[in-house]
Write a protein that binds this ligand. Sequence first.
Ligand code: GDP
Ligand code: CA
Length: 325
Amino acid sequence: MHITAIAGGVGGARFVRGLRHHLDTTPGLADSTITVVANTGDDITLFGLRVCPDVDTLLYTLGDGVHEGQGWGRADESHRVQAELAAYGAVPQWFALGDLDIATHVVRSQWLGQGVSLSEVTAHLAARWGLPERRIELLPMTDVPVETHVVVDDGEGSERAIHFQEWWVRHQAAIDARRFVVAGLDRATPAPGVLDAIRRADVVLLPPSNPVVSIGIVLGVPGVRDALRGTNAPVVGVSPLISGRPVRGHADACLAAIGVEQTAQAVAGLYEDFLDGWLVDPADAATTLRRARVEVFDGPLLMSDVEASARIAAHALRLAETGRA
Ligand code: GDP
Ligand code: CA
């Protein structure tokens, strides 16, 4: 079986890790392959280094190198380089860059500077993290630089756009977002393999990633949404909200900015034109959708460890087999 997943960072990575575990421990499914299409709207250039936060979270999580407590960054990390940058007065200081993590950004930037495409660079990085051996292919959504910006009130009656990371990390999404503007998205083309991965999949899964600034950005790459509408594969999603609240992060603020209600039902509505199945927490059992089959997970929809994530992924796969509502 070939499964394609569209993912942001922490939610996407934990889900795919659970999916891999489920496939590996289920007779007949171990040789299944997974293609992960990653959001790159979070990408940012800092100190001349190209940082791809969601891709890196996927690499470290799927490669067993992630800081488990944080959900992102490297385990056993130190911050000596960042301290030295601070001593020079170099800015910004609000974005955490660990020493081991910096090596990823250095090598990525070096290869990009030599003209290697982001998808080829990502494949090199994935090889270092053992993803091919795990039958996981990691693709950036596009090779074209794309950056999500957030339009906020400047406090003086007009508005200004700041980089998504500045809003999310520095301001903790605490200033009202008026809208998101994704620089470069209109001229982006899907990275090689992305559309085929959607069209040729047996199942397409939407992990519980942020529906606006992770999955929503991937869906905005010209061609991706059409491929999802056109694929013969069932498309099944897992709700990132429980009782109207994100499990982590600020998905509520993102939904408010685009005027969408903060419920599992409303999030599924964002995918209405291609979604076949939607898995929700027992607290959201009242969810009804016109076109997609809704199922309630047997327990909290929480990816608290690999086994719990694997059970959620297994349910999502069963829901895909059940077929369309
Ligand atoms: P980010 O790029 O690191 O913000 O990660 P993603 O976009 O992939 O995922 C963030 C979303 O995952 C948030 O909206 C969370 O509510 C959701 N999420 C994280 N952990 C869990 C979990 O254990 N269960 C569910 N249902 N959603 C989760
Ligand atoms: Ca992200």
